[in-house]
Design a protein. Structure first.
Length: 267
């Protein structure tokens, strides 16, 4: 297991809060909506409390070649490590509460004015308890970015979340040569260099997400989202980040979904 995924030590303030929460004092907290909260309890799970993890990370630098599209592996690794540290600390908080999993996980990123190459990554979700069999093979709480409604639907139809899976790729998109710029001036034409670079970068990120899915022994990934950000690297370096929840079937669907069509009424 990579170092960033190992159980992370928690600060004294977090341990005090979690110790009080585990004894029911003063009350549980949750980022679930009312509907999510009710459906989670109907699925047989008890929300225990809001759990979070944070990591403030210095992003290094990597030289690039002006006319070459390539992955910036140093920056990719930095973005991976920072997110994994935040996730691992959130899981440690959930473990301290005796949770079996964390749902509704959100990963946020932000830059601070104190330095352009310093970023904070925050992972937040609601710890729940109800089925120890859903824990990971290492005995850690599962994680899922699915809402309470989606979690209820999964459980009702014989599926279970295994883990949140991520894929990222920081990629340098080659600059066009002066001749290429002149050739394209005033014309409607595809920029093949840019198209191919963006294709390659997204494929790398998606392949890493699928690899993480295979590592946890899941059947597939649901709720996948793909985002692009240039962060601090300028216009020709872009991060492609994808995230989803790996799921596995644990029993046949006893209540198959029968699709229906609803027509809106108009005046």
């Amino acid at each position: 297991m990579p170092e960033s995924q190992q159980p992370q030590p928690l600060p004294d303030s977090a341990r005090s809060r979690l110790a009080a929460a585990s004894q029911g004092r003063p009350c549980f907290t949750s980022d679930l909506s009312v509907n999510e909260f009710v459906l989670t309890t109907q699925a047989g799970f008890e929300p225990l409390g809001l759990v979070m993890g944070t990591c403030i990370y210095h992003i290094g630098t990597q030289p690039t070649r002006w006319k070459v599209s390539q992955e910036l592996s140093v920056l990719t690794q930095a973005m991976y490590n920072a997110r994994e540290l935040a996730m691992a600390r959130m899981e440690s908080e959930a473990d301290a509460l005796g949770a079996d999993g964390v749902i509704g996980v959100e990963i946020r990123s932000r830059q601070y004015a104190l330095s352009s190459d310093v970023m904070e990554f925050v992972a937040v979700g609601t710890a729940i308890r109800g089925n120890p069999a859903l824990r990971t093979p290492a005995g850690r709480p599962f994680t899922s970015h699915l809402s309470g409604q989606d979690f209820w639907t999964l459980i009702q139809h014989g599926w279970a979340p295994r883990a949140m899976v991520l894929g990222t790729c920081v990629y340098h998109v080659a600059h066009l040569s002066f001749r290429q710029v002149l050739q394209n001036a005033g014309q409607n034409t595809e920029l093949d260099t840019y198209t191919q670079a963006v294709y390659d970068a997204r494929e790398i990120a998606m392949s890493r997400l699928q690899y993480e899915c295979q590592q946890v022994g899941a059947d597939g990934v649901v709720g996948v989202s793909v985002s692009e950000d240039d962060w601090i690297w300028g216009e020709h370096a872009v991060e492609f980040f994808c995230m989803g929840t790996a799921v596995s079937r644990f029993q046949p669907d006893v209540r198959p979904v029968n699709p229906t069509m609803t027509m809106p009424l108009t005046d």
